[in-house]
Design a binder for this molecule. Structure first.
Ligand code: ZN
Length: 147
C-alpha cells in the first residue's frame, strides 16, 4: 500500500511539473526574425546607411549657408528617407516597432525643420536640427538586428 501511494504521488508530481512547464509563459520562446525578414531588413538598412553616409554633404551646405541647395538636398536625395524608415520599421519585431516608428518621425521632423530654417536663412536652427537628425538616425540604425 505504501509503495502504491508513493507511486501515485510520484505520478501526480510528474503531471504537475508537466502542467507548469506547458503553461508557464517564461517557457515561450521570444519571436525571432525569419531569414526572409532579415534579408528584407538588410536591403532597406543598406539604402538607409547609404543616405546616412551622404548626410555630411548636407552639413557642408548648411555651413556654407547655401540654402537653395540645402532644400534641394532634403527634397532630392533625402526625399525617400522617410518612406524607407517607415518600411523598415514595419519589418521589425513588434517590440522594436514603437521606438523605430518614433525615431523615424523624429528624423523626418528634423529634416522638415532644416527645410524651414533654410527658407528663413536660420543657420542656428538648421545646425541644431542637423545634429538631431543625425543622432536620431544613428539610434534608429542601432535598433536593427545585427547579422
Ligand atoms: Zn530628435
Amino acid at each position: 500500500m505504501t509503495k502504491y501511494r508513493s507511486l501515485i504521488s510520484l505520478l501526480l508530481a510528474f503531471v504537475a511539473t508537466l502542467l507548469v512547464s506547458c503553461s508557464s509563459p517564461a517557457e515561450i520562446k521570444p519571436p525571432t526574425y525569419s531569414s526572409e525578414q532579415i534579408s528584407q531588413i538588410q536591403g532597406y538598412a543598406a539604402e538607409i546607411s547609404a543616405l546616412r553616409d551622404r548626410l555630411p554633404e548636407l552639413q557642408k551646405l548648411i555651413q556654407k549657408e547655401d540654402w537653395i541647395y540645402v532644400r534641394n538636398f532634403i527634397h532630392g536625395p533625402l526625399g525617400e528617407l522617410r518612406f524607407k524608415l517607415t518600411a523598415l520599421s514595419r519589418n521589425l519585431l513588434p517590440d522594436a516597432q514603437p521606438e523605430a516608428n518614433s525615431l523615424s518621425k523624429e528624423v523626418f521632423d528634423h529634416l522638415v525643420d532644416i527645410d524651414r530654417a533654410a527658407q528663413d536663412s536660420n543657420y542656428k536652427l538648421a545646425v541644431r536640427n542637423y545634429a538631431e537628425a543625425l543622432k536620431d538616425l544613428d539610434a534608429f540604425l542601432k535598433l536593427l538586428p545585427q547579422g
